[in-house]
Ligand binder design. Structure first.
Ligand code: PRP
Ligand code: URA
Length: 219
């Protein structure tokens, strides 16, 4: 399903990812269609990002016999960390796929003059062993990488090894990948596309515009 292009980055190159990305990029796509498409597309990328979750063996009695099965390891908590706002749309599908996950909302916005991230919300689940947890930071857009770096800074302070942190995005810019991997070597990045570049307003080109505004209809 996925093609590794850079040691840190996996681009999900499935035809349905490309198809749904085209719908998201189209400026004429309605808010309703944008949300539905983001959810559909995010599932592919989240599934790829979670492909190596640790498993444990178990015996299950089927109606016919005992079967050797595998389940998610109960010793490894899974934490979904959406960056508000746009990450919320991805967290809904992630919880749907991994119902046992806890959610750590990280409120960050990018100051549109300095492009620096500003933190405004940080609500941490208290019952998690952060030293072993697998953490999935969700944000559709990796642009300058400032928001992603700030979110991972916050998570690393909890005692998490960067090897257990995966950044899940829909579109990434080369500049953001460089910044995030330089600041947090060892992090893994899953995305639907690595686009060309940033423009002078630090928007991803060709991109899809403002992911938060298009998701929540606040254009
Ligand atoms: C967008 C996006 C990322 C950030 C990416 O959020 O969802 O969080 O910009 O840009 P960066 O890589 O240059 O930091 P925004 O700041 O627009 O906030 P919003 O989701 O609340 O609209
Ligand atoms: N944030 C977005 O929502 N889109 C971009 O292209 C860059 C930052």
């Amino acid at each position: 399903m996925s093609t590794a292009l850079h040691p840190a980055v996996t681009v999900c190159d499935h035809p349905l990812v490309a198809h749904n990305l085209s719908i998201l990029r189209d400026k004429n796509t309605s808010t309703e269609q944008f949300r539905a498409t983001m959810t559909r597309l995010g599932k592919f990328i989240f599934m790829a990002a979670t492909a190596d979750l640790p498993m444990t063996r178990t015996i299950v009695e089927t109606p016919l016999t005992k079967a050797e099965c595998k389940m998610l390891s109960p010793e490894v908590p899974i934490l979904i960390a959406p960056i508000l706002r746009a990450g919320l749309i991805l967290s809904e599908l992630a919880i749907d796929i991994v119902p046992s996950a806890s959610v750590y909302h990280i409120g960050l916005y990018r100051d549109e003059e300095t492009f620096q991230p500003v933190t405004y919300y940080n609500k941490l689940p208290s019952t998690i062993d952060y030293s072993v947890a697998r953490i999935f930071v969700l944000d559709p857009m990796l642009a300058t990488g400032g928001s992603a770096v700030a979110a991972v800074d916050i998570i690393k302070k909890l005692g998490t090894d960067v090897a257990n942190i995966t950044f899940v995005s829909i579109i990434a810019a080369p500049e953001g990948i460089q910044h995030l991997t330089e600041q947090h070597p060892g992090i893994r990045i899953y995305t639907g596309s690595v686009d060309e570049r940033l423009n002078d307003k630090a928007y991803i080109v060709p991109g899809l515009g403002d992911a938060g505004d298009r998701t929540f209809g606040t254009m």
